[in-house]
Write a protein that binds this ligand. Sequence first.
Ligand SMILES: [Zn+2]
Length: 421
Amino acid sequence: MIDQSTCTHSCSFCDSQRMSLVMDFGEVALAGGFLKPEQFDQEPRFPLQVYFCHDCYSVQVVNKIPPDILFHNYFYFSSSINTLRDHFRRYAEEVTTRFLKPGVASVLEFGCNDGVLLRPLADQGIRTVIGVDPAKNIVASIDDPRVTLVNAFFTEDVAERIVSEYGKLDMIVANNVYAHIPDIQGTTRAVAKALSDDGVFVFEVHYLGKVISEMQYDMIYHEHLYYYSLLSAMKHFDRYDMMVFDIKPVPIHAGSMRFYVCKKGSRHSALVSQSVKMLEVEERANGFDRYETFQRFSDDILSHRKKLVALLEKLKQSGKKIAGYGASGRANTMIQFCGIGHDHLDYMIDDAPAKTGYYTPGSHFRVVPSSVLTEPGAPDYVLVFAWSFIDEIRKRNVRYLENGGHMIVPLPDVRIHPINA
Ligand SMILES: [Zn+2]
Protein backbone atom coordinates (compact mmCIF):
# COMPACT_ATOMS: atom_id res chain seq x y z
CA MET A 1 0.00 0.00 0.00
CA ILE A 2 1.23 3.48 -0.82
CA ASP A 3 0.67 6.06 1.84
CA GLN A 4 0.66 9.17 -0.30
CA SER A 5 -1.01 11.30 2.34
CA THR A 6 2.34 11.91 4.01
CA CYS A 7 4.38 12.36 0.84
CA THR A 8 4.77 15.82 -0.58
CA HIS A 9 8.04 14.94 -2.26
CA SER A 10 8.61 13.99 -5.84
CA CYS A 11 11.21 11.51 -6.97
CA SER A 12 14.55 13.10 -7.93
CA PHE A 13 14.92 10.61 -10.77
CA CYS A 14 11.47 10.29 -12.37
CA ASP A 15 9.34 13.07 -10.76
CA SER A 16 6.80 10.52 -9.51
CA GLN A 17 4.96 11.30 -6.29
CA ARG A 18 4.29 7.64 -5.59
CA MET A 19 6.85 7.61 -2.82
CA SER A 20 6.75 5.94 0.58
CA LEU A 21 8.77 6.58 3.71
CA VAL A 22 11.46 4.01 4.54
CA MET A 23 13.00 5.67 7.58
CA ASP A 24 12.73 8.97 9.39
CA PHE A 25 15.98 9.78 11.22
CA GLY A 26 14.52 12.92 12.82
CA GLU A 27 16.30 16.27 12.95
CA VAL A 28 19.97 15.57 12.35
CA ALA A 29 23.02 17.87 12.38
CA LEU A 30 25.12 17.88 9.21
CA ALA A 31 27.80 15.20 9.08
CA GLY A 32 30.70 17.43 8.04
CA GLY A 33 29.97 20.21 10.53
CA PHE A 34 32.72 19.84 13.16
CA LEU A 35 32.57 22.73 15.58
CA LYS A 36 33.91 24.61 18.62
CA PRO A 37 31.93 24.93 21.88
CA GLU A 38 30.99 28.57 21.17
CA GLN A 39 29.14 27.36 18.03
CA PHE A 40 26.98 24.71 19.79
CA ASP A 41 24.01 27.09 20.19
CA GLN A 42 23.75 28.03 16.54
CA GLU A 43 24.25 24.56 15.12
CA PRO A 44 21.54 23.89 12.52
CA ARG A 45 19.66 20.58 12.29
CA PHE A 46 17.73 19.32 9.32
CA PRO A 47 15.19 16.53 8.82
CA LEU A 48 16.66 13.36 7.35
CA GLN A 49 14.13 11.07 5.69
CA VAL A 50 14.60 8.22 3.25
CA TYR A 51 11.91 7.34 0.70
CA PHE A 52 11.32 4.57 -1.82
CA CYS A 53 9.87 5.41 -5.27
CA HIS A 54 7.30 2.87 -6.40
CA ASP A 55 7.77 3.83 -10.05
CA CYS A 56 11.55 3.71 -10.52
CA TYR A 57 12.59 1.73 -7.37
CA SER A 58 15.10 4.38 -6.31
CA VAL A 59 15.85 4.88 -2.63
CA GLN A 60 16.62 8.48 -1.79
CA VAL A 61 16.99 11.13 0.91
CA VAL A 62 14.34 13.74 0.16
CA ASN A 63 15.72 16.59 2.28
CA LYS A 64 18.11 18.47 0.04
CA ILE A 65 20.33 20.96 1.80
CA PRO A 66 21.72 23.88 -0.25
CA PRO A 67 25.31 23.01 -1.26
CA ASP A 68 26.77 26.20 0.22
CA ILE A 69 25.58 25.08 3.68
CA LEU A 70 26.36 21.42 3.12
CA PHE A 71 29.97 21.71 2.03
CA HIS A 72 30.87 24.75 4.10
CA ASN A 73 33.29 22.80 6.24
CA TYR A 74 34.59 20.02 4.09
CA PHE A 75 37.27 17.87 5.72
CA TYR A 76 37.48 15.05 3.21
CA PHE A 77 40.47 14.75 0.87
CA SER A 78 40.54 11.42 -0.98
CA SER A 79 44.29 11.27 -1.58
CA SER A 80 45.03 11.37 2.13
CA ILE A 81 43.65 7.87 2.55
CA ASN A 82 46.07 5.16 1.37
CA THR A 83 43.45 2.52 0.68
CA LEU A 84 41.67 4.94 -1.63
CA ARG A 85 44.83 5.96 -3.47
CA ASP A 86 45.61 2.32 -4.39
CA HIS A 87 42.01 1.73 -5.32
CA PHE A 88 41.98 4.58 -7.85
CA ARG A 89 45.32 3.56 -9.36
CA ARG A 90 43.93 0.10 -10.15
CA TYR A 91 40.71 1.71 -11.35
CA ALA A 92 42.63 3.86 -13.88
CA GLU A 93 44.61 0.86 -15.15
CA GLU A 94 41.49 -1.22 -15.58
CA VAL A 95 39.34 1.28 -17.48
CA THR A 96 42.26 2.22 -19.73
CA THR A 97 42.97 -1.40 -20.66
CA ARG A 98 39.32 -2.11 -21.34
CA PHE A 99 38.11 0.99 -23.12
CA LEU A 100 40.74 3.64 -23.91
CA LYS A 101 43.52 4.20 -26.41
CA PRO A 102 46.45 5.91 -24.73
CA GLY A 103 47.68 8.88 -26.73
CA VAL A 104 44.27 9.51 -28.31
CA ALA A 105 41.57 9.04 -25.71
CA SER A 106 39.77 11.73 -23.74
CA VAL A 107 38.35 11.33 -20.25
CA LEU A 108 36.36 13.69 -18.06
CA GLU A 109 35.69 13.19 -14.39
CA PHE A 110 33.14 15.30 -12.57
CA GLY A 111 33.38 15.59 -8.82
CA CYS A 112 37.07 14.95 -9.32
CA ASN A 113 37.95 15.85 -5.72
CA ASP A 114 41.72 16.32 -5.40
CA GLY A 115 42.57 14.41 -8.59
CA VAL A 116 43.00 11.01 -6.98
CA LEU A 117 41.80 9.28 -10.17
CA LEU A 118 42.88 11.90 -12.73
CA ARG A 119 46.59 11.63 -11.98
CA PRO A 120 46.77 7.85 -12.51
CA LEU A 121 44.71 8.29 -15.70
CA ALA A 122 47.30 10.77 -16.95
CA ASP A 123 50.00 8.25 -15.95
CA GLN A 124 48.27 5.75 -18.27
CA GLY A 125 48.97 8.10 -21.18
CA ILE A 126 45.42 9.37 -21.70
CA ARG A 127 45.78 12.41 -23.95
CA THR A 128 42.98 14.63 -22.65
CA VAL A 129 42.19 14.47 -18.93
CA ILE A 130 39.58 16.93 -17.70
CA GLY A 131 38.47 17.36 -14.10
CA VAL A 132 35.28 19.19 -13.19
CA ASP A 133 34.57 20.11 -9.56
CA PRO A 134 32.84 23.06 -7.92
CA ALA A 135 35.02 23.10 -4.76
CA LYS A 136 37.73 25.73 -5.19
CA ASN A 137 40.07 24.61 -2.40
CA ILE A 138 40.01 21.00 -3.55
CA VAL A 139 40.59 21.75 -7.21
CA ALA A 140 43.43 24.11 -6.32
CA SER A 141 45.24 21.19 -4.67
CA ILE A 142 45.55 19.19 -7.94
CA ASP A 143 48.37 21.19 -9.53
CA ASP A 144 49.23 18.79 -12.39
CA PRO A 145 49.90 20.25 -15.86
CA ARG A 146 48.51 17.12 -17.57
CA VAL A 147 45.06 17.75 -16.08
CA THR A 148 42.66 20.44 -17.37
CA LEU A 149 40.47 21.78 -14.58
CA VAL A 150 37.03 23.28 -14.80
CA ASN A 151 35.85 24.83 -11.57
CA ALA A 152 32.09 24.27 -11.87
CA PHE A 153 29.17 21.91 -11.38
CA PHE A 154 28.82 19.55 -14.34
CA THR A 155 25.69 21.06 -15.93
CA GLU A 156 24.44 20.86 -19.50
CA ASP A 157 25.94 24.31 -20.23
CA VAL A 158 29.33 23.27 -18.94
CA ALA A 159 29.10 20.02 -20.93
CA GLU A 160 28.39 21.97 -24.11
CA ARG A 161 31.32 24.31 -23.51
CA ILE A 162 33.69 21.40 -22.96
CA VAL A 163 32.45 19.54 -26.05
CA SER A 164 32.90 22.61 -28.26
CA GLU A 165 36.50 22.89 -27.10
CA TYR A 166 37.61 19.24 -26.79
CA GLY A 167 34.99 17.26 -28.73
CA LYS A 168 32.83 14.48 -27.30
CA LEU A 169 34.49 12.32 -24.67
CA ASP A 170 35.48 8.66 -24.85
CA MET A 171 34.80 8.24 -21.18
CA ILE A 172 33.07 10.15 -18.42
CA VAL A 173 33.72 9.10 -14.85
CA ALA A 174 31.96 9.98 -11.61
CA ASN A 175 32.65 8.48 -8.22
CA ASN A 176 30.46 8.85 -5.16
CA VAL A 177 29.40 12.27 -6.46
CA TYR A 178 26.77 10.50 -8.54
CA ALA A 179 25.00 9.73 -5.27
CA HIS A 180 25.37 13.30 -4.02
CA ILE A 181 24.19 15.69 -6.73
CA PRO A 182 20.76 17.24 -6.12
CA ASP A 183 20.02 17.76 -9.84
CA ILE A 184 20.59 14.18 -10.97
CA GLN A 185 18.42 14.63 -14.06
CA GLY A 186 20.33 17.69 -15.32
CA THR A 187 23.67 16.03 -14.65
CA THR A 188 22.64 12.88 -16.49
CA ARG A 189 21.51 14.97 -19.47
CA ALA A 190 24.98 16.58 -19.39
CA VAL A 191 26.57 13.11 -19.46
CA ALA A 192 24.43 12.02 -22.41
CA LYS A 193 25.33 15.21 -24.25
CA ALA A 194 29.10 15.04 -23.72
CA LEU A 195 29.63 11.31 -24.26
CA SER A 196 30.69 10.08 -27.71
CA ASP A 197 28.46 7.49 -29.42
CA ASP A 198 30.64 4.56 -28.35
CA GLY A 199 31.74 6.24 -25.14
CA VAL A 200 31.43 4.74 -21.65
CA PHE A 201 30.09 6.41 -18.53
CA VAL A 202 31.58 4.81 -15.43
CA PHE A 203 30.43 5.63 -11.94
CA GLU A 204 31.08 4.10 -8.58
CA VAL A 205 28.71 4.49 -5.66
CA HIS A 206 27.81 2.70 -2.48
CA TYR A 207 25.56 -0.21 -3.43
CA LEU A 208 22.04 -0.40 -2.02
CA GLY A 209 22.28 -4.20 -1.77
CA LYS A 210 25.08 -3.83 0.80
CA VAL A 211 23.16 -1.24 2.77
CA ILE A 212 20.28 -3.70 3.06
CA SER A 213 22.15 -6.98 3.57
CA GLU A 214 24.60 -5.53 6.13
CA MET A 215 22.22 -3.05 7.69
CA GLN A 216 24.52 -0.17 6.83
CA TYR A 217 22.08 2.50 7.84
CA ASP A 218 25.06 4.56 8.98
CA MET A 219 25.69 5.21 5.27
CA ILE A 220 22.61 7.41 5.24
CA TYR A 221 23.29 11.12 5.69
CA HIS A 222 22.35 14.43 4.08
CA GLU A 223 25.19 14.48 1.54
CA HIS A 224 24.41 10.97 0.42
CA LEU A 225 21.12 11.47 -1.42
CA TYR A 226 20.81 8.30 -3.51
CA TYR A 227 21.26 4.55 -2.81
CA TYR A 228 21.48 2.73 -6.13
CA SER A 229 20.33 -0.76 -6.93
CA LEU A 230 20.89 -2.16 -10.41
CA LEU A 231 17.12 -2.13 -10.97
CA SER A 232 16.88 1.58 -10.16
CA ALA A 233 19.95 2.41 -12.29
CA MET A 234 18.47 0.52 -15.25
CA LYS A 235 15.20 2.45 -15.01
CA HIS A 236 17.10 5.72 -14.62
CA PHE A 237 19.36 5.39 -17.68
CA ASP A 238 16.57 4.06 -19.84
CA ARG A 239 15.03 7.55 -19.69
CA TYR A 240 18.19 8.95 -21.36
CA ASP A 241 18.48 6.26 -24.03
CA MET A 242 21.34 4.73 -22.13
CA MET A 243 21.84 1.37 -20.45
CA VAL A 244 23.97 -0.45 -17.89
CA PHE A 245 26.11 -3.04 -19.72
CA ASP A 246 28.45 -4.11 -16.94
CA ILE A 247 28.91 -3.87 -13.19
CA LYS A 248 31.70 -4.63 -10.79
CA PRO A 249 31.39 -4.91 -7.02
CA VAL A 250 34.26 -3.14 -5.25
CA PRO A 251 35.07 -3.61 -1.58
CA ILE A 252 35.86 0.04 -0.87
CA HIS A 253 33.75 1.69 1.89
CA ALA A 254 32.35 -1.77 2.78
CA GLY A 255 30.52 -2.26 -0.48
CA SER A 256 30.56 -0.06 -3.56
CA MET A 257 29.41 -0.96 -7.04
CA ARG A 258 30.95 0.26 -10.28
CA PHE A 259 28.41 0.71 -13.07
CA TYR A 260 29.42 0.77 -16.75
CA VAL A 261 26.88 2.62 -18.86
CA CYS A 262 26.68 3.17 -22.63
CA LYS A 263 24.31 4.64 -25.17
CA LYS A 264 21.68 2.31 -26.61
CA GLY A 265 22.81 1.13 -30.01
CA SER A 266 26.51 1.66 -29.23
CA ARG A 267 28.97 -1.18 -29.72
CA HIS A 268 28.92 -1.98 -25.97
CA SER A 269 25.13 -2.26 -25.84
CA ALA A 270 25.14 -5.64 -27.58
CA LEU A 271 27.40 -7.11 -24.91
CA VAL A 272 25.49 -6.95 -21.64
CA SER A 273 27.59 -8.89 -19.16
CA GLN A 274 26.55 -12.03 -17.35
CA SER A 275 27.00 -10.25 -14.02
CA VAL A 276 24.39 -7.65 -14.96
CA LYS A 277 21.93 -10.39 -15.90
CA MET A 278 22.62 -12.30 -12.69
CA LEU A 279 22.34 -9.30 -10.41
CA GLU A 280 19.06 -8.27 -12.01
CA VAL A 281 17.61 -11.69 -11.21
CA GLU A 282 19.03 -11.56 -7.68
CA GLU A 283 17.62 -8.10 -6.97
CA ARG A 284 14.17 -9.12 -8.15
CA ALA A 285 14.35 -12.20 -5.94
CA ASN A 286 15.40 -9.99 -3.02
CA GLY A 287 12.50 -7.63 -3.65
CA PHE A 288 14.40 -4.45 -4.49
CA ASP A 289 11.40 -3.46 -6.58
CA ARG A 290 9.02 -3.74 -3.61
CA TYR A 291 8.37 -1.38 -0.74
CA GLU A 292 7.93 -4.25 1.77
CA THR A 293 11.63 -5.05 1.50
CA PHE A 294 12.53 -1.60 2.76
CA GLN A 295 9.94 -1.69 5.53
CA ARG A 296 11.67 -4.85 6.77
CA PHE A 297 15.02 -3.04 6.62
CA SER A 298 13.55 -0.27 8.72
CA ASP A 299 12.38 -2.78 11.38
CA ASP A 300 15.83 -4.38 11.40
CA ILE A 301 17.68 -1.15 12.05
CA LEU A 302 15.33 -0.25 14.88
CA SER A 303 16.21 -3.51 16.60
CA HIS A 304 19.90 -2.94 15.92
CA ARG A 305 19.62 0.39 17.71
CA LYS A 306 18.10 -1.29 20.76
CA LYS A 307 20.85 -3.90 20.90
CA LEU A 308 23.71 -1.42 20.61
CA VAL A 309 22.34 1.00 23.20
CA ALA A 310 21.65 -1.88 25.63
CA LEU A 311 25.28 -3.00 25.35
CA LEU A 312 26.62 0.51 25.99
CA GLU A 313 24.33 0.92 28.99
CA LYS A 314 25.37 -2.43 30.44
CA LEU A 315 29.06 -1.54 30.13
CA LYS A 316 28.53 1.91 31.64
CA GLN A 317 26.65 0.42 34.60
CA SER A 318 29.64 -1.78 35.33
CA GLY A 319 31.83 1.34 35.39
CA LYS A 320 33.59 1.01 32.04
CA LYS A 321 35.04 3.92 30.14
CA ILE A 322 34.02 3.98 26.46
CA ALA A 323 35.22 6.17 23.57
CA GLY A 324 34.07 6.38 19.96
CA TYR A 325 36.56 5.71 17.13
CA GLY A 326 36.29 7.37 13.70
CA ALA A 327 34.52 10.76 13.67
CA SER A 328 33.00 10.35 10.22
CA GLY A 329 29.62 11.02 8.63
CA ARG A 330 28.78 7.41 9.40
CA ALA A 331 29.44 7.97 13.11
CA ASN A 332 27.25 11.04 13.03
CA THR A 333 24.24 9.14 11.70
CA MET A 334 24.60 6.26 14.13
CA ILE A 335 25.14 8.50 17.15
CA GLN A 336 22.20 10.72 16.40
CA PHE A 337 19.87 7.93 15.32
CA CYS A 338 20.68 5.73 18.33
CA GLY A 339 20.64 8.65 20.76
CA ILE A 340 24.18 7.88 21.92
CA GLY A 341 25.06 10.62 24.39
CA HIS A 342 27.60 11.66 26.97
CA ASP A 343 26.18 8.99 29.32
CA HIS A 344 27.51 6.39 26.89
CA LEU A 345 30.73 7.78 25.40
CA ASP A 346 33.43 9.93 26.97
CA TYR A 347 34.96 11.35 23.79
CA MET A 348 35.70 10.59 20.13
CA ILE A 349 39.01 9.35 18.71
CA ASP A 350 40.05 10.17 15.15
CA ASP A 351 43.29 9.72 13.20
CA ALA A 352 42.89 12.89 11.11
CA PRO A 353 44.86 15.69 12.76
CA ALA A 354 42.56 18.33 11.19
CA LYS A 355 39.69 17.23 13.44
CA THR A 356 41.62 17.31 16.74
CA GLY A 357 40.35 20.05 19.04
CA TYR A 358 36.97 20.19 17.35
CA TYR A 359 33.70 18.68 18.55
CA THR A 360 31.51 16.23 16.63
CA PRO A 361 28.37 17.60 14.97
CA GLY A 362 25.09 17.12 16.82
CA SER A 363 26.52 15.01 19.64
CA HIS A 364 29.35 17.40 20.64
CA PHE A 365 31.98 14.85 21.63
CA ARG A 366 35.51 16.21 21.89
CA VAL A 367 37.79 14.76 19.15
CA VAL A 368 41.15 13.46 20.38
CA PRO A 369 44.01 11.70 18.53
CA SER A 370 44.37 7.91 18.73
CA SER A 371 47.54 8.28 20.83
CA VAL A 372 45.23 8.29 23.91
CA LEU A 373 44.83 4.55 23.41
CA THR A 374 48.41 3.89 24.52
CA GLU A 375 48.42 6.42 27.35
CA PRO A 376 47.46 5.87 31.00
CA GLY A 377 43.69 6.18 31.47
CA ALA A 378 42.91 4.70 28.03
CA PRO A 379 39.25 3.75 27.59
CA ASP A 380 38.24 0.15 28.43
CA TYR A 381 36.23 -0.04 25.20
CA VAL A 382 36.19 1.80 21.90
CA LEU A 383 33.09 1.79 19.76
CA VAL A 384 34.47 1.61 16.20
CA PHE A 385 32.27 3.75 13.97
CA ALA A 386 34.80 3.32 11.14
CA TRP A 387 33.95 -0.40 11.35
CA SER A 388 34.50 -1.01 7.63
CA PHE A 389 38.22 -0.38 8.25
CA ILE A 390 38.27 -2.65 11.33
CA ASP A 391 41.19 -4.81 10.14
CA GLU A 392 43.35 -1.76 9.54
CA ILE A 393 42.29 -0.23 12.88
CA ARG A 394 43.04 -3.43 14.82
CA LYS A 395 46.49 -3.68 13.26
CA ARG A 396 47.24 -0.07 14.00
CA ASN A 397 46.17 -0.47 17.63
CA VAL A 398 47.66 -3.87 18.52
CA ARG A 399 49.17 -2.41 21.67
CA TYR A 400 45.83 -1.13 22.91
CA LEU A 401 44.29 -4.59 22.45
CA GLU A 402 47.30 -6.33 24.04
CA ASN A 403 47.03 -4.01 27.03
CA GLY A 404 43.48 -5.24 27.65
CA GLY A 405 41.52 -2.79 25.49
CA HIS A 406 38.38 -3.86 23.66
CA MET A 407 36.77 -2.85 20.42
CA ILE A 408 33.02 -2.83 19.86
CA VAL A 409 32.16 -3.35 16.19
CA PRO A 410 28.59 -2.09 15.67
CA LEU A 411 27.78 -3.54 12.22
CA PRO A 412 26.71 -5.78 10.53
CA ASP A 413 26.17 -7.32 14.01
CA VAL A 414 27.11 -5.83 17.33
CA ARG A 415 30.22 -7.73 18.49
CA ILE A 416 33.27 -7.27 20.70
CA HIS A 417 37.00 -7.88 20.00
CA PRO A 418 38.67 -9.78 21.50
CA ILE A 419 35.76 -12.20 21.57
CA ASN A 420 36.28 -13.54 25.10
CA ALA A 421 36.08 -10.07 26.65
ZN1 LIG B 1 11.15 7.57 -9.22
